[in-house]
Design a protein around this ligand. Structure first.
Ligand SMILES: [Zn+2]
Length: 274
């Protein structure tokens, strides 16, 4: 393994400038605030959102993992995001201190050991973001905290087919830009429980629009919740390779990353759907 390039030498912290008060007053005048993450002042661009795409599989392996990695790498503007991909749980954990959001990108099966699970739990509870994509719901069935992140585990699925996605939270910036309705071809997961009431539902699928749904009139396929100081979002979409050529899906995942990374403060409608 090549070693990391050594860190540049950091100069010792300069003495606090005496003009601090004047500078704060000037900040107020231009209307920007360092806490207003959604509207940074022109002189204070936000640092890139640091994303790790983790796609270890110990069960089924989706052929769409690589297309998804490539599509996200080209979709996400490199000035606004840094993207790392790994299949190595040790590498994932090592990256946590320098990451804002971890994405379980079509993971399957048991992918973390007990110490690694603890590290992820601390990461999220302390404010980190978690985004689960598609078979992230077919992952880590025996890890209770993962149940808090993913909310509903996978149960079954029919063949890949087109269906009608319904935007549930139309005023929510995480999904408000999506086509209404959104005709999309994917593998429509049935879940072991209905996550409604445990998470805010963002998208559902209309079971009348395809064959093989078992959840009835209310079939959520994307949702989010807060966990400690962190944020967790799951989307069931992304099975077919070609889905990752759809700008609507890429926008959906990008918005998920931004919300999980605390760059979007969507209206606090959490848990209010039921
Ligand atoms: Zn699948």
């Amino acid at each position: 393994m090549p070693s990391e390039p050594s860190e540049p030498t950091v100069p010792s912290e300069p003495a606090k400038p005496t003009g601090q008060l004047e500078r704060d007053a000037a900040d107020e005048l231009d209307g920007s605030s360092p806490f207003d993450a959604a509207h940074p002042g022109p002189e204070q661009p936000l640092p890139p959102l640091r994303i790790v795409l983790f796609s270890r599989t110990t069960g089924f392996r989706h052929t769409s993992i690589e297309p998804a990695q490539k599509a996200l790498a080209s979709w996400l503007d490199s000035a606004s995001y840094t993207l790392r991909t790994t299949e190595d749980a040790g590498e994932l954990i090592k990256r946590l201190p320098e990451s804002d959001v971890v994405v379980f990108l079509m993971t399957t099966g048991d992918v973390l050991d007990a110490a690694q699970q603890d590290a992820i739990e601390h990461f999220v509870r302390d404010g980190g973001g978690f985004v689960g994509v598609h078979s992230a719901a077919d992952t880590e069935y025996d890890w209770p905290f993962y149940g808090e992140l993913i909310v509903a585990w996978f149960e079954s699925h029919p063949v890949v087919q087109e269906a009608r996605v319904v935007v549930q939270a139309a005023g929510n910036p995480v999904v408000s830009f999506l086509p209404k309705p959104w005709q999309h071809r994917d593998e429509w997961y049935n879940f072991r429980i209905n996550p409604r009431g445990r998470a805010e539902i963002l998208l559902s699928v209309d079971e009348a629009s395809y064959e093989g749904g078992t959840m009835g009139k209310d079939h959520p396929i994307a949702w989010r919740r807060e966990v400690g100081r962190g944020r967790a979002l799951y989307t069931a979409l992304g099975h077919p390779d070609e889905a990752w050529q759809e700008s609507a899906l890429l926008q959906h995942v990008e918005a998920a990353l931004r919300w999980a990374g605390h760059r979007v403060d969507a209206a606090p409608t959490l848990m209010s759907d039921d």
